[in-house]
Design a protein around this ligand. Structure first.
Ligand code: FE2
Ligand code: FE2
Length: 158
């Protein structure tokens, strides 16, 4: 195996942190809810996490891997079917679900301010005043747009 095929310390941290979040019983509930097409919220969050990490690698950005992974995997942790429930107690789904997801995430895991902001600000520019405020938040915001578009337009996006 040559060097490029080996896992770096950063890659290992990515995998370890992702496993911790994805194996949680409450996070697995996201498998029950559709995000776009045939893609569940669980799969969507996993792919956003992966793309956000790959963007960081491609850009050569020095990032907080743990914050990126936790924020990305929990960014759509709203736990309801938005196709049936466009209006929620927190407001209209498109605008309000980052608030719902952030609350669910904070009630499930001890989160840092950066991790909470990644979740709260991922729908910018729709949520005009909630702007990504870290490199990690920008990466998740961009990966979310890319994955959402793929999932909406393609029959087999992944
Ligand atoms: Fe979202
Ligand atoms: Fe999303």
């Amino acid at each position: 195996m040559n060097n490029s095929a080996e896992f770096s310390a950063r890659d290992k941290e990515f995998i370890k942190t992702a496993k911790e979040i994805l194996s949680h019983k409450r996070v697995k509930l996201m498998k029950n809810f559709t995000q776009h097409g045939d893609v569940s919220c669980y799969q969507h969050c996993t792919m956003v996490c992966l793309y956000a990490y790959l963007y960081a690698k491609r850009l050569g950005w020095d990032i907080d891997v743990k914050a990126l992974v936790r924020g990305a995997l929990l960014h759509d942790f709203f736990l309801y079917d938005w196709h049936d429930q466009a209006f929620t107690p927190d407001g209209l789904h498109g605008f309000s679900h980052p608030i719902t997801a952030e609350r669910n995430a904070r009630n499930t895991f001890p989160l840092t301010k950066k991790e909470r902001n990644i979740i709260s600000n991922h729908m910018w520019p729709l949520t005009l005043t909630r702007i990504p405020d870290s490199k990690e938040a920008w990466l998740v915001c961009m990966a979310d747009k890319y994955c959402s578009l793929k999932e909406t337009l393609l029959k087999n996006p992944y």
